[in-house]
Ligand binder design. Structure first.
Ligand SMILES: Cc1ncc(COP(=O)(O)O)c(C=O)c1O
Length: 568
């Protein structure tokens, strides 16, 4: 077993707009033509136990590049020195993988044993059980998930769904809970954990606030419009503030038009079916969000999944799609839609957008880009992953995103050409049949966007987010932890591996006054449980230092310094 750090290294290259890349920096082997993508999974040039993943080098220029001028338009003068861009996904150390499988094995054995006790009324069953008079029916609840919930999740469920009783800013108040029967019933004690440092919320730019300009303007809007809209956009729910938000947002992104929806999840799940259907092919990144997966399924299109951020795999699927067409008839696909995200929220990776767009152009496919996590958080002026790479949003066919992360609001949007948005106004289920977005979050979007686009404070928030993310990620590496993802991502996953350590980490951090999100199977592969930190521009240096001290402590007590070890 060789210890490998898998790094995706993107050198900084410039597209001439036709998909041809001219090299700025990089090694001799660099392939100038984006259309000629190299083997992506081949490891080249092992140095110091670190192995580069080479194929993703193609087709990238990272910004610095395109800048928004004072009118919010993008120009491509003024290119900064391109920074280094790399991603790491170190495989699970062998010993940690084995121990994790053993832990799950023991949990499963105990689970079967306790289910046996429950079936025979020796142990009381608190789980969702089939009613006695339904015994002749096919069981509604019995499944592996309920086995898992009863016997694994239940033991550590206090680490999830913790009730927050304050604004979800950089410090939060959390309701204290206790359980007397291993998590079956959790009760509030009536106390709160006060001023806990929040490393979990997607509050990238720190706009989750209950005071300041955004909050004040939201209160004024509530006084003017009330809270709910009580109708759809097509009936009497089309408020002037909706139209203003759409106009301003399209200007912010520098696209022709945009449509907003009350919920980000529904933006994906109901708009993908309005774009593709039977006879169409979707190529979906394997780590795409559940809302995208649901949208793909609802669309009725044929869905093929490609390896995460792997341009070689994507190209081979595109090539097959063109060569063989639809199954059985071999007719050409009506449309091919590639669906990717800007930042992947469990991996902290950033999509190789130049690579995706080069393939899109080469094979005449469409691209749907979900910017839920990247809009606001990436790019010198917060315009997302396009700006980060110096690509005009016009090159992406469907720009999707949410207001729920960087903008401290709720709802989602689809942006692009006028024709696209007009089509969705008529065809999108959530556009036609769902009650329109509340005016208060619309105002939050307008206020926070105005701060980002037009004020020094906005620029400072973007700079601070970048600073906090870089410092935090580097410190975790210095501690000897294994962290996943891109150096520029504000999402920092730190590998913990074993479910018992996962719970101990979450509880220990809360005792030290830090709230963290921990994620395990089935949301991650079985041997890749992790803590997922989301950095915020609002975190002060003191808060960051406190959080890092607590993590360092936990690394000692739980032995989390897995990096550079063959036996973890
Ligand atoms: C990539 C992605 N798309 C869509 C959504 C759904 O957005 P919302 O939470 O605003 O409904 C999320 C939620 O986290 C997400 O991560």
């Amino acid at each position: 077993m060789v210890y490998i750090t898998q790094k995706n290294v993107y050198d900084c290259d410039v597209s001439d707009g036709n998909g041809i890349i001219t090299k700025q920096t990089g090694d001799e082997n660099f392939n100038h033509d984006m259309t000629n993508l190299k083997e992506n999974n081949t490891y080249h040039g092992k140095r110091n136990g670190v192995v580069k993943r080479n194929g993703l080098k193609n087709g990238t220029k990272k910004n610095g590049g395109l800048k928004h001028d004072t009118n919010g338009k993008i120009n491509n003068n003024n290119r900064d020195e391109p920074p280094k861009f790399q991603e790491e996904f170190q495989p699970t150390p062998l010993a940690s993988a084995i121990i994790t499988y053993i832990v799950y094995g023991i949990l499963t054995m105990f689970g079967f044993f306790r289910d046996f006790l429950r079936r025979n009324m020796i142990e009381k069953n608190f789980a969702a059980v089939e009613a006695a008079d339904m015994k002749d029916f096919v069981p509604l609840y019995a499944s592996f998930e309920s086995f898992y919930t009863r016997n694994v999740y239940g033991r550590i469920c206090d680490c999830f769904n913790r009730p927050i009783c304050s604004v979800p800013g950089t410090s939060i108040d959390i309701v204290e809970r206790k359980t007397s029967n291993c998590g079956w019933f959790i009760e509030d004690t009536g106390n709160t954990h006060k001023n806990v440092i929040n490393l979990g919320s997607y509050n990238y730019l720190g706009f989750a606030e209950n005071n300041g300009v955004c909050a004040e303007e939201a209160v004024q809007t509530a006084k003017k419009y009330g809270v709910g809209v009580a109708s759809t956009r097509q009936e009497v729910g089309n408020l002037d503030i909706h139209e203003k938000t759409e106009k301003e947002w399209a200007k912010f992104l520098d696209v022709e038009d945009c449509m907003i929806y009350g919920m980000g999840f529904a933006t994906n799940s109901t708009n993908i079916p309005a774009l593709v259907g039977k006879g169409c092919l979707i190529l979906s990144d394997e780590l795409n969000h559940a809302s995208l997966v649901l949208g793909c399924r609802l669309s009725g299109a044929n869905v093929k999944v490609f390896k995460h951020n792997n341009m070689q795999d994507l190209e081979s699927r595109l090539r097959d799609a063109i060569a063989y067409g639809q199954p059985r008839t071999h007719r050409p696909w009506k449309k091919i839609l590639i669906i990717v995200e800007g930042i992947y929220s469990m991996e902290g990776s950033i999509i190789n957008l130049p690579g995706v767009l080069a393939l899109k152009r080469k094979y005449k496919a469409y691209v749907f880009l979900d910017e839920a996590h990247s809009i606001g958080a990436l790019g010198p002026s917060g315009r997302g992953v396009c700006e980060y790479f110096g690509i005009h949003p016009r090159e992406v066919d469907v720009m999707m995103g949410t207001f729920t992360k960087s903008f401290g609001s709720c709802g989602g949007y689809i942006a692009g050409t006028k024709a696209l948005v007009e089509h969705l106004r008529q065809r999108s289920h959530s556009g036609c049949y769902a009650t329109s977005m509340s005016p208060i979050p619309c105002q939050q979007v307008l206020s926070s966007m105005n701060i980002i686009a037009n004020t020094e404070e906005g620029k400072e928030r973007i700079r601070k987010l970048r600073h906090n993310s870089t410092v935090f990620r580097q410190k975790l590496k210095d501690f000897g932890c294994i962290v996943y993802g891109n150096d520029d991502s504000p999402v920092v996953p730190m590998m913990i591996y074993q479910p018992s350590k996962l719970a101990a980490f979450s509880r220990g951090m809360l005792r030290r006054g830090i709230a963290v999100v921990v994620v395990g199977f089935p949301a991650t592969p079985i041997v890749e449980s992790r803590a997922r930190f989301c950095l915020s521009a609002g975190l002060t240096d003191k808060q960051l230092a406190e959080a890092l001290d607590a993590i360092n402590d936990m690394c000692d007590s739980l032995k989390l310094r897995y990096a550079e070890k063959f036996i973890g």
